[in-house]
Design a protein around this ligand. Structure first.
Ligand code: ZN
Length: 329
């Protein structure tokens, strides 16, 4: 039994369902930003061929938005704040494509100046909110606690559990006071969660699995703590040109780290030293998820300046824990 308006499917974002800004019976709807769904490498290749015209349109609009190399602000609807806010594009982490064009790291920029969430984080939250199974009273585990995403998800889930990975010597479920954040923070290791089986309807992670050497074990743990039919939704740095995940570093049983490629270190909110990236994911990611009991595995592409998503290329991954008796596929 739900107490809110029926949730739209990811093909339509109803502004009046959660915003109130234009709400009620105004009939005003924002277009969906979910422009493509891929269930694997072959489907992605075919869709990219079919989408040439759309991508040219998207690229042309993006070029206009970033026609100067200075930071710039624009107005868009933030699904975290549930209102129109100011989004800021900056050029930190700018990159160059193989054809020589220079652009900001689209997933990391277009930050809402009110809630602090960047395009990728808002896309992840927006995917969950627009999903037909979203309910405000569902139980959600977010593998984040000290970042702006925790209060953002807290505005949309009544039962939210957050955590951070605080090091090898901590016990899963242990609460640790972090003076830097003035917060009691729960430690969890995604390869050995302290939660009982079937504890959550949603498990959400943001750019975490690339830092987990045994990521198949982490996927299996996510499946274990989900109810049948529950959803794992996440982002990871993803290379759509890779069929197979590229291992950058391995951990040996004695704890020694072997680097197969030059170390790549990403920002870590808890530890100033950053977090080592163990793998660059490719399309076999979807097979790994299916192998541990997930079904309906897909990557979803988004674009929509009206929601602060500029620059094509970001993907949100989703997978559903297979109901009992249903073939995994
Ligand atoms: Zn916001």
């Amino acid at each position: 039994m739900t107490t809110h308006p029926p949730a739209p499917t990811p093909t339509g974002t109803a502004i009046d369902a959660r915003a109130g800004a234009l709400g009620g019976a105004s009939g005003v709807r924002l277009p969906s930003p979910w422009i493509a769904r891929f269930d694997g490498e072959a489907g992605f290749a075919a869709a990219m061929t079919a989408a040439q015209g759309l991508l040219a349109t998207v690229g042309g609009i993006d070029d206009q938005i970033v026609a100067c190399r200075h930071p710039r602000d624009y107005t868009a609807y933030c699904q975290s704040c549930a209102t129109f806010t100011t989004m800021r594009i900056d050029w930190r982490h700018a990159g160059t494509t193989p054809d020589g064009s220079v652009h900001p790291a689209w997933t990391e920029t277009s930050v809402c100046t009110a809630c602090g969430l960047n395009s990728r984080m808002r896309a992840l939250l927006g995917f969950v909110l627009a999903h037909g199974d979203y309910r405000r009273d569902a139980r959600c585990y977010l593998a984040e606690r000290v970042t702006p995403s925790y209060p953002a998800f807290g505005r949309h889930f009544e039962h939210l559990t957050g955590s951070e990975y605080l090091g090898r010597d901590r016990r899963p479920g242990e609460r640790v006071h972090l003076p830097a954040f003035d917060a009691e923070v729960r430690h969890e290791d995604l390869t050995g969660l302290s939660f009982a089986d079937a504890s959550f309807e949603w498990v959400v992670t943001q750019d975490v699995f690339e830092h987990v050497p045994d990521y198949p074990a982490a996927f299996a743990e996510c499946a274990r703590v989900l109810v049948a039919g529950g959803h794992l939704v996440f982002t990871v740095p993803f290379n759509s040109g890779l069929s197979r995940t590229q291992v950058r570093a391995l951990v040996h049983p004695d704890g020694r780290i072997e680097h197969r490629l030059p170390p790549e270190v990403h920002g870590n909110p808890v530890e100033g030293g950053g977090a080592l990236c163990f793998q660059n994911f490719g399309w076999d990611l979807v097979d790994t998820l299916r192998g541990v009991g997930f079904t309906d595995v897909a990557a979803h592409a988004y674009w929509g300046p009206w929601l602060g998503h500029v620059g094509f290329g970001g993907l949100v991954f989703s997978a559903r824990k297979a109901p009992p008796g249903r073939a995994v596929g």
